[in-house]
Design a protein around this ligand. Structure first.
Ligand code: PEP
Ligand code: MN
Length: 404
């Protein structure tokens, strides 16, 4: 579907934030035309099914576990890595489901999480300045001018890799479970940040049943903290498509902003339509979250409230590595539960960055890496992820909180 058909040429929408500078617009146009004609990665009926399950989350009748890499990479999209992530999330879901006696909705940051917003457009090392890495959908991580140039052919490659991942997820979850056999078959949904609007528009199709547009690059799409501006193109895109929508909310978010977001994205107050993913930081969640929850609740919206305990708790280790401490991550989760418990609202889910491997990117947890261990297996292309052990420890802690 073209941008104009979808209305993004509207005058009141400011230019989209966080978009790459593609050096060759003609090459970009060709890729987008091909993607517009390519088969979708997901189906409208699947997004509808996820919306139903997220409605249960919003009503307090289910718990969402959403997670995966900060940034998927083409290199890391092989079957073993995907299986490791699915298996880990599934084990987390089993622990949480048993404890909370609630159904758990499993959603991966997967099969499309290839584009990253950046705080700076360029990066300087030893006096050399190059464009920042924006995810494998845009450029390469390697610090060379060649790798860092935005290449639209990459959109084709991530589309193909995402299709292969969806295929693998379908076969792993069809009948045999995700390899754990612990709870058997389980529907597994995909999600990613809807950042590259040219790509997302190209992957948008009308549902032949109803004529409504769906973003068919993933089941659930979310808007990041840096692109949630009310007059911005990302919110306008989210408002147009029928998928379940997530919005990240950082510590500067005001209640008025959230109320306006609800009006834009969820005007019919439809449970499941909007999931608010708060990432305040462990030291601020208890102060900042209550006002947002109270005012949204008073405004009549039934949203899902989900805790992202990762993005407000990143720090630089003395050895230069970007990291997060397990104890701080857990503290934000605890704060999130405390706030919802005191307001009588539902702590509806957890959104994390993790991998199924024993990487050394976040520190702490019972057997987790220490600061000095960070260099040994630091593999992320962007933010530090919980490793498999840390992720499972966190789901046990969440299980405890749900029991409590
Ligand atoms: C992310 O989820 O990787 C991310 C960039 O988060 P946020 O938009 O909350 O900063
Ligand atoms: Mn991240």
């Amino acid at each position: 579907m073209t941008a104009t058909e979808l209305g993004s040429a509207r005058q009141d929408v400011v230019p989209a934030a966080q978009q790459p500078q593609w050096p060759d617009p003609t090459a970009l146009r060709h890729v987008l035309a091909d993607l517009s004609a390519a088969p979708p990665l997901t189906l409208p009926a699947e997004s509808d099914r996820l919306l139903d399950r997220l409605a249960a989350v919003a009503r307090g009748e289910a718990f969402l576990l959403q997670g995966g890499d900060c940034a998927e990479t083409l290199e890391g999209s092989g079957a073993d890595r995907v299986r490791g992530k699915l298996d880990t999330l599934h084990r987390m879901a089993t622990a949480v489901g048993r404890a909370g006696s609630l159904p758990v909705v499993e959603v991966g940051r997967i099969a499309g999480q290839y584009a990253k917003p950046r705080s700076r457009p360029t990066e300087t090392r030893d006096g050399v300045t190059l464009p920042s890495y924006r995810g494998d959908a845009v450029n390469g991580l390697e610090f060379t001018a060649r790798a860092r140039a935005a290449d639209p052919e990459r959109l084709r490659r991530v589309h193909r890799a995402s299709a292969a991942t969806v295929e693998l997820i379908r076969s792993l979850t069809a009948g045999s479970g995700t390899g754990t056999a612990s709870t058997g078959a389980q529907e597994f949904f995909t999600s990613h940040e809807a950042l590259l609007l040219e790509y997302e528009n190209a992957m948008t199709r009308r549902d032949p049943r109803t004529g409504r547009p769906y973003g068919l690059s993933g089941h659930m799409l979310w808007i990041g903290e840096r692109t949630r501006g009310l007059d911005g193109a990302h919110v306008a895109f989210a408002a147009r498509i029928a998928n379940p929508i997530g919005v990240k909310l950082g510590p500067t978010t005001t209640a008025d902003e959230v109320l306006a977001l609800v009006d834009r994205v969820d005007p019919h107050r439809e449970p499941g339509r909007l999931t608010l993913i708060t990432r305040m930081g462990a030291d601020r969640v208890r102060d900042l979250l209550p006002d947002l929850v109270e005012k949204v609740t008073a405004g009549g919206a039934q949203v899902g409230w989900v805790c992202d305990p990762m993005h407000g708790n990143t720090f630089q280790a003395p050895n230069g590595y970007k990291t997060r401490a397990y104890g701080t991550v857990l503290d934000e989760v605890r704060g999130f539960f405390e706030v919802h418990r005191s307001l009588g609202t539902h702590p509806g889910g957890l959104h994390i960055e993790f991998t199924g491997e024993y990487v050394t990117e976040c520190v702490g947890g019972t057997d987790g890496p220490r600061l000095a261990d960070l260099p040994s297996r630091y593999e992320t292309a962007c933010d530090p992820r919980l490793n498999r052990g840390q992720a499972l420890e966190l789901s046990d802690a969440v299980a405890e909180l749900l029991r409590g």
